[in-house]
Design a protein around this ligand. Sequence first.
Ligand SMILES: Cc1cc2nc3c(=O)[nH]c(=O)nc-3n(C[C@H](O)[C@H](O)[C@H](O)COP(=O)(O)OP(=O)(O)OC[C@H]3O[C@@H](n4cnc5c(N)ncnc54)[C@H](O)[C@@H]3O)c2cc1C
Length: 233
Amino acid sequence: MSDQHDPASPRVTVKRGANRAVYDPAEARSILEAGNIAHVGVATDDGPIVLPMAYGVRTGPGGGEVLIHGSVANAMLRAGRDLDVCVTVTIVDGLVVARTPFHNSMNYRSVVVRGTATAVTEPADKMAALQVINDHIAPIWDTARPPSEIDLKQTLVLALPLDEASAKVRAGDPIDEDADLDGPHWAGVVPLTTTWGTPYAAADLRGAPPIPAAVTALAGTDAHITLGVRPQV
Ligand SMILES: Cc1cc2nc3c(=O)[nH]c(=O)nc-3n(C[C@H](O)[C@H](O)[C@H](O)COP(=O)(O)OP(=O)(O)OC[C@H]3O[C@@H](n4cnc5c(N)ncnc54)[C@H](O)[C@@H]3O)c2cc1C
């Protein structure tokens, strides 16, 4: 798969597997919107580190930005502020089983965003950014208790422009060698789908607050949901 758009810079030009490169910002954005977890990479004084994080995406000049947040004590976020970082989001769509392990693969959609992350500090903008991150996971911002001043002070939000990004997409069958096609070995694809399960109430839930519609929507059901059974741990 490839598209008619140009890469934003040499360092986000896909060289290996270039036929799978996607530079269409709309497609990169749709992958970011479909993903759940970002892996954030930063070079720190004691070496490179990559951590998984929640994230959000918002529109804006130059294609918008990806937003990440964490505690002000988060060493990686503090290190990444005003520095070059790399944010990667990956969605695995299937296991590609070839006739030989050498050609096994995965079907996937991934986005790599590179650039300088800056702190979002203006209070209203910071609040809006936090809502974007929160609502990317579950849009319950409007139905939950708003963050307090202390919550806000304890949270660091970083924004990374989306104007230097690449996407790579693999879809379809295994690509085996001609000589193996008449052989005795199976080949095919095992699709991978991710779904949310039935929600269950917190053990300390008091009263009978309504389940936010956004939560029941995640489970693909309506507000009259039968709650799941809390697993024994
Ligand atoms: C789920 C998954 C599993 C993978 N497993 C393997 C594996 O086991 N071994 C392996 O070699 N490769 C694997 N890949 C592919 C891997 O991500 C790289 O694309 C590939 O290894 C080429 O690396 P490179 O440094 O030669 O890339 P180059 O083409 O030199 O990278 C140049 C630029 O291309 C962009 N780019 C590269 N890869 C990606 C990507 N995946 N998504 C978006 N932009 C990208 C970046 O902007 C990067 O800076 C996997 C990818 C996914 C999504």
